[in-house]
Design a protein. Structure first.
Length: 90
């Protein structure tokens, strides 16, 4: 699990049927200070997030796919929460 910022959307007219009706977003990994780590990837949105929001992401392959409720979807990375704030002690 990691945090990321949504930096874009993907529009696709043809895609695997498991992705029908699901929003695909481009995300950039962040550290706990919300600074970009330089990595970006695609994620399936499960919470209605949008560009500019900081989100919680599951990137565990089959574990992430379970969130969709589909049998064996071609999904590895899923946005599972929108982060309002991050509190770090120390």
């Amino acid at each position: 699990m990691f945090i990321a910022k949504i930096i874009g959307e993907v529009v696709s007219t043809l895609k695997h049927h498991a992705l029908d009706g699901r929003k695909l977003l481009v995300i950039e990994k962040l550290d706990t200070d919300r600074k970009p780590l330089g990595d970006s990837l695609l994620a399936v949105d499960s919470v209605g997030a949008g560009v500019g929001e900081v989100v919680l992401v599951v990137d565990e392959g089959s574990s992430a796919a379970l969130i969709t409720g589909l049998d064996n979807p071609p999904i590895r990375t899923v946005i599972v929460g929108i982060i309002d704030r991050i509190d770090v002690e120390g």
